[in-house]
Ligand binder design. Structure first.
Ligand code: PLP
Length: 395
């Protein structure tokens, strides 16, 4: 079974993407014969170190930073945790009262560490952390006026994602960063670019950010590897202590094959971006229009022009998303509700709630997410399967 094959209609690229053949090929030697520890002193180590540093150069070029600013991590979640807790821990050392400002639609990888910090993660002796959430509009875009009102010199961290994983909304990040620097001059600005990295030119889109998180498996790379870009001079306490790798910011023997895979996937995504943006937008728009025409009452949650090209989030009235997902899966159509927890169970979506969509309206929420592997045939399959499944459930 492979994504895009006749037996599987895979429309869940926001959850994860198939590993690109070129990425697997680039990684292969480092998963086998080139096994050296990059910290060692002999030639086997030197080969691994060279590959790691070339991967770092490559990531830096795509993200728009210096190689020394790239901290390899074990994925997007770790990068986000390091950004949030590492920044707050560094600021707490100064002993000031701390506020953290994040949007109401952040991924749990940002939201949970922010909440943990506010609940005393730093222990009784640490500075109290106050969490301030920026509301969003019905389209999921942060309210810039509300953001301005929440910013003041006590803010140590502002974290606003570049694009949302559930509904695909792209945030006005340049304005967010500018407001943070103007009204909270001591704040560090972080963006979770895990969903956006496949689609947006990060040097431009994340301008003004001090910290940027990326993850390989959202753009044709392997799972369990990512990076936090930490601009020179950004105060960051490490969360993983040990041998001092990654310039003391993240200890542990590096995942060389993973770093090579992350670099290759970022490079390839950047090279394909313009053509894929156009191709996938066309597929997504056809899917959205087709679903709206075929399913009575179905609405598209975020207009295409506000969202990433691959995202098509819809609300289907009168059906339960869990039942709908089961029927679609039985038909070989893989989509998601966009808010599963680790067990796969569906949780009420804090993203939809923040957008004012709750209760009965949120019951039929479904996320289609297209990507490099998506084809017209996938859209045709979904356009046949979804109306049929909805009709069965409404009978
Ligand atoms: N941030 C966003 C916006 C995501 O969509 C995800 C994954 O779904 C993550 C962070 C976590 O990344 P990872 O799966 O690499 O830990």
């Amino acid at each position: 079974m492979s994504a895009g094959s006749s037996e599987l209609c895979y429309l869940d690229h926001a959850a994860t993407t198939p590993v690109r053949a070129e990425v697997a090929e680039a990684m292969a030697p480092f998963a086998a014969s080139h096994f050296g520890n990059p910290s060692g002193g002999h030639r086997a180590a030197a080969a691994a170190r060279r590959a790691l540093e070339e991967a770092r150069d490559s990531v830096a070029e795509v993200v728009g930073c210096e190689p020394g600013e790239v901290v390899f991590t074990a994925g997007g979640t770790e990068a986000d945790n390091l950004a949030v807790l590492g920044t707050l821990a560094a600021a707490a050392e100064l002993g000031n009262p701390l506020a953290v400002v994040c949007s109401a639609v952040e991924h749990p990888a940002v939201r949970e560490p922010c909440r943990a910090a506010a609940k005393g993660w730093f222990g009784a002796g640490g500075s109290p952390v106050v969490l301030r959430e920026v509301p969003v509009g019905g389209d999921g875009v942060v309210d810039l006026e509300a953001l301005e009102a929440l910013l003041d010199p006590s803010v140590a961290l502002v974290s606003v994602m570049l694009a949302n994983n559930e509904v695909g909304t792209v945030q006005p990040l340049t304005e967010v960063a500018a407001a943070a620097h103007r009204r909270a001059p001591r704040s560090v600005v972080h963006t979770d670019a895990v969903q956006a990295a496949a689609w947006l030119d990060l040097p431009r889109a994340a301008v003004g950010c001090d910290l940027v998180s990326v993850s390989a498996h959202k753009l044709g790379g392997p799972k369990g590897v990512g990076a936090l870009v930490a601009r020179e001079g950004t105060r960051l306490r490490p969360l993983v202590l040990g041998g001092g790798q990654e310039r003391e910011r993240r200890s542990g023997t590096q995942n060389v094959a993973g770093a090579v895979g992350l670099a290759a996937s970022l490079r390839l995504a950047a090279a394909d971006r313009a053509a894929e943006w156009e191709r996938v937008t066309r597929l997504r728009d056809r899917l959205a229009a087709g679903l709206a025409a075929a399913v009575p009452g179905l609405s598209v949650t975020v207009p295409g022009e506000r969202a990433l090209p691959g995202h098509c989030h819809v609300l289907v009235p009168g059906v339960d998303r869990e039942e709908l997902l089961v029927l679609l899966d039985a038909d070989g159509v893989c989509v998601s509700a966009g808010s599963s927890c680790a067990s796969g169970a569906l949780e009420p979506s804090h993203v939809l709630a923040a957008m004012g969509i709750e209760g009965e309206a949120a019951r039929g929420a479904l996320r289609f997410s297209l990507g490099r592997a998506s084809t017209d045939a996938d859209v045709d399959r979904a356009l046949a399967a979804v109306p049929a499944a909805v009709e069965r459930l409404c009978r």
